[in-house]
Design a protein around this ligand. Structure first.
Ligand SMILES: [Zn+2]
Length: 279
């Protein structure tokens, strides 16, 4: 667990573990001779991807951004990805019980971002893992998830969100709402059409859970997008838009899938190269 203070807020990163992703898919059109200088692949060309959730204590609310991969993968998916399922254990080790969470925010609804939203209850029904929490997710994502394309249908497990939408425990967001004072969402299309970053601001300082727009510190170059991105040219446009504010205003960027660096400051060197400066 990593921890820091941002103004009056406390930020902690908690991991659901790591899982293997194909290095080619992770880096899209970037040649392996280039990405393999930054990330090690195993003999099957898999690289380790992290599953970082962000816990924010504002003083009034305890907010959890993203809920990892969870424990509901089908046997076939578990064969590909494993099923580390460590988030609840790691939260518990950090002194956080499921009942402590007031608000859960999902940036989008791919299975590796909202997996611990729900668990299978005693009667076989799916119930909220965080019983007291008000959940939030992008409305456009939820609409899309009901009829995904053939290409990414595998990325959606409806039990992660439909029971919460039906019960009213999940509210759907348009993409620019402030959820509590200092915590707001902003749509950055590219990875999907409706993915929302979570922006955290306190006393003039800003952190941003940028989600799959920049999954790891190895993806900060403008053109280093993932093969999974549905709209790769929009990923580049959204990154430009993000850097235009995050670099001069020294935002702390939180990386969902970086197995070792959950957050860093993204800076532009004199020759224009983007670098991640560790905290
Ligand atoms: Zn995703």
């Amino acid at each position: 667990m990593h921890r820091l203070t941002l103004g009056e807020f406390e930020l902690c990163s908690f991991s659901d573990g790591t899982y293997p992703l194909d290095g080619g898919a992770f880096f899209g059109v970037v040649p392996k001779v280039m990405w393999s200088r930054k990330v090690m692949a195993d003999d099957k060309n898999y690289v380790a991807a992290g599953l970082n959730s962000l816990l924010i204590r504002t003083g009034k609310n305890t907010v959890l951004v993203e809920t990892g991969m969870g424990n509901k993968l089908s046997p076939r998916m578990a064969k590909f990805y494993g099923q580390p399922a460590q988030l609840l254990n790691n939260l518990s080790a950090g002194g956080v019980a499921p009942e402590d969470i007031d608000i859960v925010i999902n940036s989008h609804l791919h299975f590796d971002h909202c997996g611990w939203n729900t668990v299978r209850g005693a009667n076989g029904k799916f119930i909220a893992t965080f019983p007291r929490a008000q959940y939030y997710a992008p409305e456009g994502e939820w609409q899309y998830a009901r009829r995904p394309s053939e290409r990414d249908a595998i990325s959606f497990i409806s039990e992660n969100y439909d029971p919460l939408v039906e019960s009213g425990q999940m509210k759907l967001l348009k993409g620019s709402e402030e959820i509590v004072p200092g915590i707001s969402v902003k749509t950055f299309p590219g990875h999907t059409a409706h993915m929302q970053a979570v922006i955290v601001q306190s006393q003039g300082r800003t952190a941003c859970y940028i989600s799959d727009l920049m999954p790891t510190t190895a993806h900060i170059d403008l053109t280093w997008g993932m093969g999974f991105d549905l709209y790769p040219l929009q990923t580049i446009q959204s990154k430009k838009e993000y850097y235009a504010r995050a670099v001069p205003e020294k935002w702390l960027t939180v990386f969902t899938h970086d197995p070792t660096t959950p957050w860093a400051y993204v800076e532009k060197e004199d020759l224009g190269k983007m670098v991640a400066r560790p905290v």
